[in-house]
Design a protein around this ligand. Structure first.
Ligand code: 5GP
Length: 204
């Protein structure tokens, strides 16, 4: 499964993804490349691959990305190398709307798109303020951007309104659980069941 999680800055996406992956270590986080400088506590190669703009441009030219976008003035992208991991393990992508759109265009059967919404504008404003690291101008920019981004909700298979983290987390888990029971993802197990019947009838 390729779980694409998107939502405006301040909707609580990162917190939710972290908590989800803690509970589901069998799923892996897709580590993006970015030109944004690391925040305190962020680890290169774990949170992001932190690269220079020159390096990012070189990778774009090399067609090394499945998707990339400019978000809040910095480059962000998912490398083909990282994306390939989804062939062997369930991968979680934390990307913006522009990136989700590009992944959607690939029309991959295994991709599941979730959009995280804040309960309303006020709560988003409060959350952005509570972060404490954003200047008033930047907060306004993010609010404006959120207003545009949320118009894209229809591109997503599921929408979660993140009022309470615990509940939103349960909702992501419910989605993943249900998605894992789709015929497409059950195929191996179904075939094993069918094969067991075949073997028995041949023996008779
Ligand atoms: P932040 O700098 O706060 O970690 O992330 C800013 C925004 O960039 C978030 O909306 C996040 O989802 C998005 N983002 C992170 N990695 C990628 C990526 O690889 N591609 C795209 N398109 N967006 C990304």
């Amino acid at each position: 499964m390729l779980l694409v999680i998107t939502g405006p800055s301040g909707a609580g996406k990162t917190t939710l993804i972290r908590a989800f992956l803690e509970r589901h270590p069998e799923m892996k986080f897709s580590v993006s490349h970015t030109t944004r400088p690391p925040r305190p506590g962020e680890v290169d190669g774990l949170d992001y691959h932190f690269v220079s703009e020159a390096e990012f441009s070189r990778l774009i030219k090399k067609k090394a990305f499945v998707e990339w976008a400019i978000v809040h003035g910095y480059y962000y992208g998912t490398s083909k190398k990282e994306f390939k991991k989804s062939q062997s393990v369930d991968l979680v992508l934390d990307i913006d709307v522009q990136g989700a759109r590009q992944v959607k265009e690939l029309a991959l059967k295994e991709a599941v798109f979730i959009f995280i919404l804040p309960p309303n504008r006020e709560s988003l404003e409060k959350r952005l303020l509570a972060r404490g690291d954003l200047a008033a101008e930047e907060r306004q920019r993010r609010l404006q951007r959120a207003k545009q981004e949320i118009k894209n909700y229809h591109l997503f298979d599921y929408v979660i309104i993140n009022e309470k983290v615990d509940q939103a987390l349960e909702e992501i888990e419910a989605i993943v659980k249900a998605e894992n029971r789709r015929q497409l993802r059950m195929r191996k197990k179904i075939l094993a069941v069918l094969a067991s019947f075949k073997a028995k009838s041949q023996g008779r």
